[in-house]
Design a binder for this molecule. Structure first.
Ligand code: GLU
Length: 295
């Protein structure tokens, strides 16, 4: 059996400008792809049209260009793929792997929570209770153990029913959920390796379950330690991580490389972005992001 050529991607949601945390994810996925001689795609994850903003969808690629992170092929979008998501949902419904749910967020407020949020208590799993109508669709998770290996975090073993529960694949507002869109888009691009922030490690099990249910291949995973601010909080758009200034490209890339355990040599501290990236590609050793690093 031959190994398929490496295909990676960076898939930011355009809900805010690129910040240092997302730059680290972009850089790690770029380096991992280029070091393997592979392709690297850029997909703007705009499935959540209510939270996506056109100005960020335009600005993120510009920032990546200034940083020398050049992607292959056209920029992908999720906005034009709703029919594909819907066809997949219908396939899951026909296979009785999805069920309609009438519960509101408020009704689930008191439910047990896991690393990926509320664990659905199963109220509508065996059919909508009388008088209720479908609001969302959920994936019916079996009671079994799921294992996968992450190249940084190591072997992961979970019981998805216990840790995640039946998760939403089509939301009450009619939009297809991130997990469903994401697995279909990664498969369409032929992604062989997902490299992203460790905040998305809990998203991996539901995504693997969907890949299996939809007969899609499961890529390899590398979740990188998330960047934190001085108070130890994860840098994210929701906690107002500052947007990065692409004019400070060299300093930003050096800082991101230091975060990724690849401090550049002194003579490259002031080098143009392309030179710094060429050095990083030829020195990329993701095993340095060992599981002992706090995720
Ligand atoms: N769009 C997701 C985000 O920005 C990332 C998706 C992924 O890398 O799988 O958080």
């Amino acid at each position: 059996m031959t190994t398929p050529p490496y295909i990676g991607r960076f898939a930011p949601s355009p809900t805010g400008p690129l910040h240092f945390g997302s730059l680290v994810a972009a850089l790690a996925s770029y380096l991992d792809a280029r070091a393997a001689g592979g392709r690297w795609h850029l997909r703007i994850d705009d499935v959540d049209s209510g939270r996506s903003r056109a100005e960020y969808a335009a600005e993120i690629p510009r920032t990546l260009e200034v940083l020398g992170l050049h992607w292959d092929g056209p920029i992908q979008s999720q906005d034009n793929r709703r029919e594909i998501y819907q066809t997949a949902l219908e396939k899951l419904i026909a296979a009785e792997q999805a069920f309609p749910c009438g519960c509101t967020r408020r009704e689930l407020e008191g439910a047990r929570r896991g690393p990926a949020g509320v664990i659905y208590p199963g109220y509508c799993r065996d059919g909508l209770p009388p008088g209720r109508s479908a609001r969302s669709w959920r994936f019916a998770v079996d009671d079994h153990t799921l294992g996968f290996r992450d190249r940084c975090a190591g072997q992961q073993t979970i019981n998805p029913k216990d840790a995640i529960g039946d998760f939403i694949i089509r939301r009450a507002d009619g939009l297809h959920a991130y997990h469903l869109a994401m697995v279909l888009d990664d498969a369409a691009l032929g992604v062989t390796d997902v490299v992203r922030g460790a905040d998305l490690l809990p998203a991996t099990a539901p995504q693997i379950l969907l890949q299996r249910a939809l007969d899609l291949p499961t890529p390899g995973y590398l979740h990188i330690p998330v960047a934190r601010d001085n108070e130890g909080r994860k840098l994210s758009k929701t906690n107002h991580a500052p947007a990065i200034d692409p004019h400070a490209a060299n300093t930003l890339l050096c800082n991101a490389l230091i975060h990724l355990q690849h401090p550049p040599p002194d003579e490259l501290q002031k080098a143009p972005a392309d030179e710094l990236l060429a050095w990083a590609v030829s020195h990329w050793q993701p095993q340095r992001l060992s599981a002992s690093m706090p995720l």
